[in-house]
Design a protein around this ligand. Structure first.
Ligand code: SF4
Length: 462
């Protein structure tokens, strides 16, 4: 009598943004439909996927060096399949198969829905390169392994049509393509049926979404999703400043289940550098938008991205960025030194900034920002905030959660909560990068989703 075979296992390593995180969930779902199970140990996997990101410098080298490590596993186990996915896969394509003889397939971000067929083809002997941006793309709602505990992510727009001179996204994720309103709403309902309390709408330029059928815009979509019963928290990322309209600002102000947190990349505080970046807005128009958003939602926390040492950036430009940071008082900043990306226009602009100078500016910027965050976070001490539990600390000694304004909160373990529970937490310390507090027991915040403010503890930022 033949013994039953143990299930095959997959291991997915994900680098980069939420779009990649969701793509990994889509790939996991397809593999589970094939009867495979996940593993945390690449050593016991039958299939390893490296879902890569190409936003930062040396992305390709990092990917090839990681593939070099993984191919050693393959040499020990001849039947192990090794696949490269994500933006570096799109960028490298055929070249990756030539460089890494043990690589079995390459899948670009727009071809993620074809993973099952690609794995089957490979098992029949063909090494596959699936890149490019086909008009028809598989998107199987039932084939997503939603491994988040409370937040369901929904891609509403893929790719980007803009031409920011530093950015590789248009060539790795292709031209912009919005998903139809009906399809987005179907997925949102599917997620709340599944028990997700928080919905996050995703796109490189999420607020440039347009329904291909009715021409409804992102303001209409915000209205539709926010009015959907059981959507308790609604987030969206990433918004492009120039695409934010007055109607969108009004929608953010109108729906209290839209979280008071917005990521609004500014990139520089100098108009001269913004022009060289090809961003299509000015510092003044950015500040006007921030003012309008805060007027509509006084509790809104705004985070941003900044590139330091962009070609041509001089001391005055950098000082202007520091002034912007001081003026806006962002809740957090993702700041990096500029790094040239293949196929982008910025490296041809001239005016390279020395690495040491860029590093020095970055440290100065981060130091100023840490002080601002410390002040903003200290202002929460003594308040009660609504916190969604996202997990436990590594040593299991305390719980970690997020406020509606996306701040991280650490607090001592309390008896009942599992990830996804919403609790009231009294804040007793504000640190530069997080808050600390105590759960207010017996007062679990379980209010319903739609309509007026659910939280009684909404902070107002300066
Ligand atoms: S808007 Fe600019 S920075 Fe953002 S993805 Fe498009 S090209 Fe890149």
């Amino acid at each position: 009598m033949s013994r039953p075979q143990p299930p095959r296992r997959y291991f997915i390593e994900t680098w980069g943004c939420q779009m990649n995180e969701l793509d990994s969930q889509r790939m996991a779902g397809q593999l589970m439909q094939q009867g495979m199970l996940p593993t945390r140990d690449p050593g016991e996997a039958d299939l390893i996927l490296l879902n890569s990101c190409s936003v930062r410098e040396k992305a390709e080298q990092k990917v090839y060096s990681r593939l070099g490590e993984l191919r050693l596993l393959k040499r020990e186990r001849g039947d192990l399949l090794l696949g490269l996915c994500g933006c570096v896969a799109q960028q490298e394509g055929e070249r990756a198969l030539r460089r890494v003889s043990d690589l079995d397939f390459v899948i670009g971000p727009a071809r993620v829905g074809e993973l099952s067929e690609i794995v089957s083809k490979r098992r029949l002997g063909t090494r596959v390169v699936a890149t490019g941006f086909p008009e028809q793309r598989h998107f199987d709602l039932d084939a997503i392994s939603r491994d988040g505990t409370h937040k369901g992510m929904v891609t509403i727009i893929e790719g980007c049509n803009k031409t920011c001179t530093f950015c590789i996204v248009p060539s790795t994720r292709g031209p912009e393509r919005s998903r139809p309103l009906g399809e987005v709403m179907q997925e949102v309902r599917h997620l709340v049926d599944y028990g997700f309390r928080e919905i996050e709408l995703l796109g490189q330029t999420v607020n440039h979404w347009r329904d291909p059928e009715s021409n409804a815009d992102f303001a209409d979509l915000l209205d539709a999703v926010a009015r959907e019963p059981r959507v308790e928290r609604l987030r969206f990322v990433t918004s492009y400043p120039r695409d934010f309209t007055a109607r969108m600002v009004e929608a953010v102000g109108r729906h209290r289940n839209i979280c008071p947190y917005l990521h609004l990349p500014v990139q520089s505080g100098s108009d001269r550098i913004l022009r060289r970046m090809g961003r299509g807005y000015t510092v003044a128009s950015y500040l006007e938008l921030v003012e309008a958003l805060r007027a509509a939602r006084p509790d809104l926390a705004i985070s941003t991205d900044v590139i330091v040492g962009f070609p041509g950036e001089d001391e005055d430009d950098f000082t202007a960025t520091l002034e912007l940071i001081e003026g806006v008082r962002f809740s957090s900043i993702f700041a990096f030194c500029y790094s040239p990306r293949p196929g982008t226009a910025a490296p041809r602009l001239g005016g390279e900034v020395a690495a040491a100078v860029a590093q020095e500016r970055l440290q100065l910027l981060l130091g100023r920002q840490a002080a601002i965050q410390q002040e903003l976070n200290a202002a929460f001490v003594g308040r009660e905030m609504e916190v969604i539990v996202t997990g436990a600390s590594r040593d299991g000694s305390e719980l970690i959660g997020r406020t509606t304004c996306h701040r991280i909160v650490h607090f001592p373990i309390v008896p009942t909560p599992t990830p996804g529970t919403i609790l009231r937490v009294r804040i007793d310390a504000g640190l530069p990068h997080s808050l600390r507090g105590q759960a207010v027991l017996g007062q679990e915040a379980t209010a319903t989703a739609v309509g007026p403010w659910r939280s009684t503890a909404v902070p107002v930022l300066a």
